[in-house]
Design a protein around this ligand. Structure first.
Ligand code: KG4
Ligand code: ZN
Length: 364
């Protein structure tokens, strides 16, 4: 660091975060107060798009190719050098095993080489605490002692209870995740990957009441989610429209180029998907009251979900921490942040021992 940089040295420890669990190569630099100094996410969209989804082998190779420039950009943006790093964190799972191994091995070797503590982080622990990350230039807020966490992504739809840093799973999906279903319905219409955000934008222009879908309940009355029924309903409805000659024009993503019936169908689909979230939150609340809800994950970018969850919380006097859009999708800021919380609690992992796992329960 230069003399001037030394004078405004970030609060210790300086954390380097690495996230490579799926198709984003991400590196973040965080100050010890949880301030994100740099968060670089290099998307592999162009490499996977021709296949309509993520190809695991391509993801691993792209992570290897992208890592050095991504790391360099993060360090330059933060105005620090690798030797200034005092704590290293990398995602250990769940995710694509080859992709995880790239980031975890990098993290382990950087920590070992620098002789600094290492944290192997659960991807969902990163999402779970991400709503407490601050805006640009702001430190992270301290998570409350007790809260409920809703994590909605392409691979997970879960509610957790966090009490004194202990995490318990309260509800999870029994089949598909909400983001996955958005992607599959969008893929059926020929929309580009990831289809979730495109379906969301299209649904904004539709009338959900013109094409309502039912909200699935679990037969045993549990708060678990189930999205495969909604997916089938939506795919069958698309087929029924096609039989009447109503189709998405190939390669089109603009709502004014789509048939109105299709837009209404997507609006109804999205309303039922979000409706199920509120239905399950109501069940969780009835079983065990919570005063604070933290909402995170890629699908937390969904426009209707953001509006509805804010309304739901306001009506019930529940405090809401809604992840900032910059940290809803996969990023390394959330991994650095989860590591910082672990570091404060005095928990570190051995960089020679930490292992990647494609499946990993979140119970800490
Ligand atoms: O958390 P994330 O980046 O990766 C996983 O850990 O899965 O979430 C990605 C998922 C994808 O399924 C994507 O389509 C979905 O989040 N997603 C959305 C929206 N933005 C991203 N789904 C619905 N509406 C959105 N606005
Ligand atoms: Zn994720």
């Amino acid at each position: 660091m230069s003399g001037e940089q030394e004078a405004r040295r970030p609060v210790a420890p300086l954390v380097l975060g690495i996230e490579t669990s799926c198709d984003d190569t991400a590196c973040a630099v965080m100050a010890g107060d949880g301030r994100v100094l740099a968060s670089v996410v290099s998307s592999q969209l162009a490499a996977h798009r021709p296949f309509g989804g993520v190809v695991p082998e391509i993801a691993s190779r792209e992570h290897l190719r992208n890592w050095l420039p991504v790391e360099a950009e993060a360090l330059t943006t933060a105005g620090v050098e690798l030797r200034d790093v005092e704590l290293v964190a990398a995602t250990r799972g769940p995710g694509l095993i080859g992709a995880l191994l790239v980031g975890l091995s990098l993290g382990k070797s950087i920590a070992y080489g620098l002789g600094v503590p290492f944290h192997a982080i659960h991807h969902l622990e990163g999402h779970l605490y991400s709503p407490f990350l601050g805006g640009p230039g702001e430190p992270a807020a301290a998570p409350p002692e007790s809260f409920a966490g809703l994590v909605v992504s392409g691979g997970h739809t879960s509610v957790y209870r966090v009490d004194a840093e202990r995490v318990a799973t309260v509800a999870e999906t029994r089949d598909d995740a909400m983001g996955e279903v958005f992607d599959k319905v969008g893929k059926r219409l020929g929309l580009p990957y990831p289809q979730g955000p495109v379906v969301d934008v299209l649904a904004e222009a539709g009338d959900p009441a013109a094409h309502p879908f039912s909200i699935a309940a679990c037969s045993d009355g549990s708060a678990d989610f189930s999205y495969s029924g909604l997916k089938s309903q939506a795919l069958l409805a698309i087929e029924a429209l096609e039989r009447r000659g109503i189709e998405a024009p190939p390669g089109e993503t603009a709502s004014d180029a789509m048939p109105g019936e299709l837009i209404d169908l997507l609006a109804g689909f999205r309303a039922a998907a979000v409706g199920q979230i509120l239905d399950r939150l109501e069940r969780v609340l009835a079983a065990n009251r919570f005063d604070h809800l933290a909402v995170s994950g890629g699908v937390a970018a969904n426009r209707l979900l953001r509006r509805e969850v804010a309304r739901w919380c306001a009506e019930r006097g529940i405090e809401l921490s809604l992840v900032a859009l910059a940290y809803s999708g996969d990023n390394a800021g959330m991994i650095a942040h989860a590591a910082l919380l672990r570091h404060r609690a005095g928990r570190a992992d051995d960089p020679l021992d930490a292992e990647a796992a494609s499946r990993l329960p979140l119970e800490v």
